[in-house]
Write a protein that binds this ligand. Structure first.
Ligand SMILES: [Zn+2]
Length: 67
């Protein structure tokens, strides 16, 4: 029998959570699961950085168009 890790997420799930986090606040369980995954994973922290860079770029773009 496979042990159950309630906080284990696949990379696919983790990246979906990272994207969802841009739009809405995640339940604390999901935030915790995401943090656990990011601590164990190589690829997802990189993806998170890309998302943050993209969000910053979008924020600047919005800032420019507001003026
Ligand atoms: Zn991952």
């Amino acid at each position: 029998m496979k042990p159950v890790y309630p906080l284990r997420r696949t990379c696919k799930e983790a990246s979906a959570l990272l994207i969802a986090r841009e739009d809405r606040a995640l339940p604390w369980v999901e935030r915790l699961a995401l943090r656990v995954h990011l601590a164990m994973c190589q690829a997802c922290p990189r993806f998170e950085r890309q998302l943050l860079t993209m969000r910053n770029a979008m924020g600047q773009w919005r800032h420019y168009t507001d003026e």
